[in-house]
Write a protein that binds this ligand. Structure first.
Ligand SMILES: [Zn+2]
Length: 380
C-alpha cells in the first residue's frame, strides 16, 4: 500500500510537491529514480546508492524473470532483502521490452526518434516485429540469454512482480514505437487497456499498482488512454511509450495527458530524464521519473556538473587537479580529483566507473532536491 499527499501546488506551473508513503519509507516528490536493471545500480552497492541521496529504485522485471528468476528472488526474501535495499522499490512490467526487443531492435531506435529516420519507415497495422510475437494474450519472446521461448502477458507480469515484492508495480502494456501508424497505435492501445483491467483483477498482494498511459504521438489516443485509466482503481499512473519525433512533442503530450489523470494520485514519466528535460517535465506535473542517463553516461566516462558535461576520456583532464564539480558536496568531489579519475578511466580501472556513477547520481538527486526547494519557495 502507498499513500500519496500533494503538499503544495505551484501557482506558476503544474509543478507540485508531494510525499509518497510506502511500507519501506517516504519518497519526497518530484523524485528522480535511478535504474537498477538487474537488481543493482551498476558499479555501486546498496549502501553507496543510499549515500547518493537516492530515495527509490526501479528494477527490471523482464531481466529478473530470465535471471535469476522470480522464485529465486522470493526464496531470498524478496527484492528488498535480496538487494539489501530497505528503501522503496519499483518494478516495471516488462512492457518496455516488448518495444526494445521488438520494433525498437528491428529499426535500431530509442524512445525518442532521431530526425533522420522519422519519415522513412512506418510500422503499419498487422505488422509484427522480427524477434517477438504480440497477440491479445501477451508477448512471445525469445530469451536473449539462451534462445528459450518466453511468454509474458498481464497475468504473468503481475505474478512475477508479486514474487519480486517491490512496493510499486506496473501494469503490463505495449510500448508502441515512434513510427507506428495511427491504426497500429489504436489497436495496441485497445490491447493495453484490456491488459490494464486484467492486471487489476490479477493482483492479490498489497503492492501499489500503477497503470500505464500509452497512445503514441496521437492526441486523441493519449487523452483516451489517460481518461480511461483514470477511472480505474490504480494507485498511480505511469506515462509510457514514445514521445513523438522530438522533445517539444513529448512536453505537449504531457500537457494532454496530465490534465486527464486524477489529481490525488502520483504520476510517473517512464524512462525520460535528461538533465535539461527535468525542470520541464516537473513543471508539467510529473511527480516521479526514472532514467538511466546518469549511470549510463558515467560508464562512458561522462560526469554531469554545474558547468555542463565533462568527458573524462579527454587528455586535458589528466593534468586537472580540481574535483569533478567544485560546487558538489558528494564523497567523490570531496576526495578525488579529475586527473585521478581520468587516469583510472584511461587505464580501464572499474573504480573510475564507480566514482563517476556515484557523483552523477548525487548530482541528479541534488538537482531535483533544489527543484523541490524552489517549488516550496514558490519560485517554480
Ligand atoms: Zn560530486
Amino acid at each position: 500500500m502507498i499513500e500519496f499527499k500533494v503538499l503544495k501546488k505551484s501557482k506558476k506551473s503544474k509543478a507540485r510537491l508531494g510525499l509518497l508513503k510506502t511500507e519501506k519509507g517516504l519518497v519526497e516528490t518530484p523524485c528522480f529514480i535511478p535504474v537498477a536493471t538487474q537488481a543493482v545500480v551498476k558499479t555501486l552497492d546498496s549502501q553507496e546508492v543510499k549515500e547518493t541521496k537516492s530515495q527509490i529504485l526501479i528494477v527490471n522485471t523482464f531481466h529478473l524473470h530470465l535471471k535469476p528468476g522470480e522464485d529465486a528472488v522470493k526464496k531470498a526474501g524478496g527484492l528488498h532483502q535480496f538487494m539489501n535495499w530497505q528503501r522503496p522499490l519499483m518494478t516495471d512490467s516488462g512492457g518496455f521490452q516488448v518495444f526494445s526487443l521488438g520494433f525498437g531492435k528491428d529499426f535500431g531506435m530509442g524512445k525518442i526518434l532521431k530526425k533522420k529516420t522519422t519519415n522513412e519507415i512506418r510500422i503499419e497495422y498487422g505488422q509484427q516485429p522480427k524477434l517477438l510475437k504480440i497477440d491479445q494474450d501477451g508477448v512471445y519472446f525469445r530469451s536473449f540469454l539462451d534462445g528459450k521461448k518466453v511468454f509474458l502477458g498481464p497475468r504473468e507480469s503481475i505474478k512475477i512482480q508479486e514474487k519480486l515484492g517491490a512496493d510499486i508495480i506496473f501494469a503490463f502494456d505495449e510500448c508502441t514505437s515512434p513510427i507506428a501508424d495511427y491504426k497500429y497505435t489504436k489497436k495496441s492501445l485497445e490491447r493495453t487497456n484490456l491488459w490494464a483491467r486484467v492486471c487489476l483483477k490479477e493482483k492479490k498482494s498489497s503492492q501499489a499498482l500503477f497503470g500505464i498511459v500509452q497512445g503514441g504521438r496521437y492526441k486523441d489516443l493519449r487523452i483516451e488512454s489517460a481518461g480511461f485509466l483514470g477511472t480505474l482503481p490504480f494507485d498511480g499512473f505511469g506515462i509510457g511509450g514514445e514521445f513523438g519525433d522530438n522533445k517539444k512533442k513529448m512536453l505537449e503530450m504531457l500537457n494532454w495527458v496530465i490534465k486527464e489523470l486524477p489529481e490525488q494520485k502520483p504520476r510517473h514519466l517512464l524512462g525520460i530524464g535528461y538533465l535539461e528535460d527535468i525542470p520541464k517535465i516537473i513543471e508539467r506535473g510529473v511527480d516521479l521519473f526514472d532514467c538511466n542517463v546518469p549511470t549510463h553516461y558515467a560508464r562512458r566516462g561522462i560526469a554531469f556538473t554545474s558547468m555542463g558535461k565533462l568527458d573524462l576520456g579527454k587528455i586535458e583532464f589528466l593534468k586537472d587537479k580540481s574535483p569533478l564539480d567544485k560546487k558538489c558536496s558528494c564523497f567523490v568531489c570531496q576526495n578525488y580529483t579529475r586527473n585521478y579519475i581520468a587516469h583510472l578511466f584511461r587505464a580501464k580501472e572499474i573504480t573510475a566507473l564507480k566514482l563517476l556513477t556515484f557523483h552523477n547520481l548525487y548530482f541528479f538527486n541534488s538537482f531535483v532536491e533544489k527543484i523541490r526547494k524552489k517549488i516550496k519557495e514558490g519560485k517554480i
